[in-house]
Design a protein around this ligand. Structure first.
Ligand SMILES: [Zn+2]
Length: 485
């Protein structure tokens, strides 16, 4: 009996550290469950130990929260299926529910408008309105209900930029003599206490950025110690966090998490992932961990974040399938503690690249042969990048402005010697766009629901294609058809 308990305790200890969680940011382009069935086993093969699932509006909230669920939210069955897949692949799940800022997916609805800190802005809720805490707790309860046996639960709480602004908060700060920071602590503590009391076997996690610049005495008085494990996020290639962060945090928090990034951290409208950048980010983390680990009882491990958009209202950025090579490399760097040719070969082999996977996709003239779930999206994104470069070259060609601008075309005041070749170059590029359009729509639809496909095409693809089409149509309408072969 005693031996068994020790064995279990040891096993628990092993499971409680060195995690490599794949972050699924479902606020943009949530994958179809059929696609998750293919990639979750792949995450395991690539070295992941769990999933950090940021449901946002993809969770099937019900009852008073019904409006919060997107009309394309996963069903309960889908949530169970995801858990089953995780279990089959020995991956833990940590759900993430925002509890303070980044609350647009709730506060954009009329029903929850009164919870806003700033009436015109939908980002942060008001911590002095009792209904705010009730809404957050209700969300936590519904997510917990569908995830039995959780070990951790992430309450977000990052980037709360509107705090202590409304009249209620101002009054409360005055009466209770609170700073903005203490007001922040007070709401977090209410949420964390709720979790601790109602779900005693679950440990809460929160992002660290609202704490990282706080002086140690203020942190010590915050009351957060014992309630939460911070997840320190840093996505840059040089360490730019406050230098005293580890000393400070280790005084309150014996256990700590790190947050790196494999995609969605280098530009809000990037659609291809620069793997080299993310390797650097992970190498910074590896050396930091080595340097600082003694200060903490347990390094819980990493959430390797993959952002789908910068916030609820931003355009989609790098999509998951095209970033799987980056994810594979980043997980391996964490696993091996370094980046080298063996690691590069290994990940390339798992993703079934015939040669090496390219570290910088921007110079690729086409996707190298490979075969991983979603590789068609990867291929089509690389092809689009190539096509986009040709488009920019042509559109910024001074000949177009000089001899073939809209004014000249409309008046049919053109010299065929210049305009003929230019129109044919546009027509040829338009044909390439047409071919890629069909391919992209089909490859995106295999992975994503129609809304994401439609959004991506309308944001990144159609404006350029339509511009080319307009040029050809205007030329035809002006009687220049004979110049187009
Ligand atoms: Zn307020």
């Amino acid at each position: 009996m005693h031996t068994n308990r020790c064995y279990t305790a040891d096993r628990m200890n092993l499971m409680d550290q060195n995690h490599r969680l794949v972050h699924l940011d479902l606020k943009g382009a949530p994958p179809r469950v059929e696609y998750l069935e293919q990639v979750i086993p792949l995450f395991k093969k690539l070295g992941a130990t769990g999933l950090l699932i940021e449901y946002e509006d993809m969770f099937p909230y019900y009852g008073d929260l019904e409006e919060v669920a997107s009309q394309h939210a996963y069903s309960k069955e889908a949530i169970y299926r995801i858990q089953q897949l995780a279990e089959e692949n020995s991956l833990i799940i940590i759900p993430l529910v925002q509890s303070f800022g980044h609350f647009e997916f709730v506060l954009k609805h009329e029903k929850f408008r009164s919870l806003r800190e700033v009436p015109n802005y939908p980002m942060a809720l008001c911590p002095s309105n009792p209904d705010s805490l009730m809404a957050v707790c209700m969300m936590i309860d519904q997510v917990m209900e569908l995830h039995q046996g959780l070990r951790w639960f992430h309450i977000g709480a990052d980037e709360v930029y509107h705090i202590g602004i409304c009249d209620k908060c101002k009054k409360r700060m005055h009466v209770q003599n609170l700073t903005q920071q203490q007001l922040f602590f007070s709401h977090c503590k209410a949420v964390l206490n709720y979790i601790k009391v109602k779900y005693p076997s679950v440990t809460a996690i929160m992002w660290d950025d609202m704490l990282r610049h706080t002086e140690l005495p203020v942190l010590l008085e915050s009351g957060l110690a014992g309630l939460v494990e911070p997840m320190v996020w840093h996505y840059l290639t040089k360490f730019l966090l406050p230098p005293d962060i580890w000393d400070k945090f280790s005084k309150l928090f014996p256990n700590i998490w790190f947050g790196s990034a494999f995609k969605g951290a280098t530009g809000s409208n990037m659609y291809l992932t620069n793997i080299g950048y993310h390797i650097e980010n992970h190498l910074v983390w590896v050396s930091l961990q080595e340097k600082e680990k003694q200060k903490f009882q347990t390094i819980r491990g990493y959430a390797v974040t993959g952002w789908s958009r910068y916030d609820h209202y931003a355009v989609l950025c790098e999509l998951l399938p095209q970033a799987l090579p980056s994810l594979g490399i980043c997980l391996s760097v964490l696993n091996k503690g370094t980046f080298n040719a063996d690691l590069h070969n290994g990940v390339s082999a798992v993703l079934k690249f015939k040669s090496h996977l390219p570290i910088s996709p921007f110079q690729c003239l086409g996707a190298p042969p490979c075969d991983f779930p979603g590789h068609k999206v990867y291929r089509d994104m690389l092809d689009f990048n190539h096509l986009e470069a040709s488009y920019e070259d042509l559109m910024h060609n001074e000949s177009i402005f000089t001899w073939m601008n809209e004014y000249q075309i409309k008046r049919n005041f053109v010299n065929p010697v210049h305009v003929g070749p230019l129109l044919n170059a546009v027509a040829k590029l338009l044909e390439s766009f047409r071919i890629l359009k069909a391919r992209l729509q089909s490859s995106l639809s295999e992975v994503f629901y129609d809304t994401a496909t439609e959004e991506w095409m309308n944001v990144y693809f159609f404006p350029k294609k339509h511009k080319l089409k307009d040029i050809i149509e205007n030329a035809r309408n002006s009687g220049l058809s004979s110049l187009i072969e």
